[in-house]
Design a protein around this ligand. Structure first.
Ligand SMILES: Cc1cc2nc3c(=O)[nH]c(=O)nc-3n(C[C@H](O)[C@H](O)[C@H](O)COP(=O)(O)OP(=O)(O)OC[C@H]3O[C@@H](n4cnc5c(N)ncnc54)[C@H](O)[C@@H]3O)c2cc1C
Length: 390
């Protein structure tokens, strides 16, 4: 008999939620992390993450978004923690942009309450935002933000309460699989379980032994803009906003877009968070450059002064986070091709809002229950199978 039913490597966003779910279902679970989550070395730091249900990345995510919202609220009830706050969310761009059309498709297909606002209507409600005249904004009022560090600490506290063993500051180097168990090796120990989940964020590709760059870590500079102390950019006065802005194009070439977002300030020293969502560079998580260059700051300043004129002269501090991108931008969830006992998860830069439902889905998969939500879109088998050798 293996010592544990399940081992989870990586106790960040998806690992901590899955650990909690499996432990609450009565399984023996060991969670291992190279650091001590929540921390600033991976993909989950930075105080806020947007949560929405009118999902511009595809209607397939909407049922999952509904279930996740329900589970965030349930976790708040279970623990007394305030994890999710409503702020409203604007998706901004030309009407034909994939962001605005994806938002509208999801909102209409699932009757999600929403409004489609003209630039004038946006200016009236939020004079902080300067939309070009040919843009529109999809507003989902019932959207908000979750607090990632507090959420992960809560998942882990609940996991421990339900009996999970958690090992921190111990890096997993490799794993081996026999026909009915898995061994997980660190510099200090070897652990054994019936099944294994690798939820190591930007390190997942290497640890799962996937073909190079199947799951690509990307470096994400994140900027904190010191807003005027007038409350106009704080929660309650300023919605989450995501922009898709057409780039200049030469005739005959397809239209491309710059994507960026800002999130409202929280607390007495309001700092707005701003970052680009595309045009990111590949990185190696182990040698990641964590300093942000002057050029990178100038790039965000350029969009801020164009679309948020009131923030033009504000000072900016910056840090670095990471995405783990898949070739098609959708999640990677499920059994590693070629393996019967080892599972993997990667969230393609937009997964925090789904943490509780992903915990539920992965817990189902790991005990051979078909998840209630259709997850075909996220199957590891959708990529070229033959190339997946260790
Ligand atoms: C700047 C930024 C903004 C974002 N905004 C949003 C948003 O608004 N809404 C949203 O839904 N999503 C957002 N995301 C995406 C979301 O935060 C990520 O998709 C999510 O946090 C990824 O979770 P993860 O569990 O894969 O990785 P992580 O949370 O990084 O967890 C991975 C864990 O694995 C551990 N680990 C790695 N290697 C090993 C090893 N060898 N042994 C043991 N442990 C190991 C790490 O220490 C880490 O704790 C954003 C991401 C970034 C970077």
């Amino acid at each position: 008999m293996p010592a544990y039913d399940f081992i989870i490597v990586g106790l960040g966003t998806v690992g901590s939620a899955t650990c909690m779910t499996l432990a609450r279902r009565g399984f023996t679970v060991l969670g291992i992390d190279a650091y001590r989550p929540p921390h600033t070395m991976g993909s989950h730091h930075g105080i806020s993450r947007s949560v929405r249900r009118a999902y511009l990345e595809g209607t397939a995510y909407v049922p999952m978004a509904f279930r996740s919202w329900e589970l965030w609220r349930k976790l708040e009830k279970d623990t007394g923690q305030k994890l999710l706050v409503k702020t409203g969310n604007l998706t901004i761009g030309p009407p034909e942009s994939s962001a605005v059309s994806g938002f509208m498709d999801s909102a209409r297909s699932y009757d999600i309450p929403h409004e489609c606002l003209t630039p004038g209507e946006v200016r009236k409600r939020w004079p902080q935002l300067a939309l070009p005249n040919n843009f529109v904004a999809g507003l989902e009022k019932e959207a908000g933000i979750v607090f990632p560090e507090l959420s992960i600490a809560t998942f882990l506290a609940e996991a421990e309460k339900a009996g999970a063993d958690l090992v921190m500051d111990e890096r997993v180097d490799q794993w081996t699989e026999n026909h009915d168990n898995v061994q997980v090796h660190t510099a200090k120990n070897t652990y054994e379980s019936g099944r294994l989940l690798i939820s190591a964020g930007a390190w997942t590709n290497r640890l799962l032994g996937l073909p190079e760059k199947r799951l690509k870590p990307k470096r994400v500079p994140v900027h904190w803009i010191e807003a005027p102390k007038n409350n106009h950019y704080n929660i309650g006065h300023f919605p989450v906003n995501f922009w898709q802005v057409p780039m200049e194009k030469s005739s005959g070439s397809p239209q491309t877009y710059t994507e960026f977002y800002t999130l409202p300030g929280i607390g007495p020293l309001p700092q707005i968070k701003a970052a680009f969502h595309n045009g990111l560079v590949d990185c190696d998580p182990s040698t990641l450059i964590r300093e942000v260059s002057t050029d990178e700051v100038e790039k965000i300043k350029a969009v801020i002064s164009q679309f948020f004129p009131g923030l033009h002269r504000c000072s900016i501090t910056s840090e670095v986070c990471m995405y783990t991108m898949t070739p098609d931008g959708h999640f990677y969830l499920g059994k590693r091709p070629g393996s019967n006992l080892v599972f993997g998860a990667a969230l393609a830069g937009h997964g925090f809002k789904f943490a509780p439902v992903l915990g539920e889905i992965l817990a189902d998969l790991m005990v051979d229950i078909r998840p209630a939500i259709d997850i075909k879109l996220f199957s590891p088998n959708r990529f070229n199978l033959e190339k997946q050798t260790r």
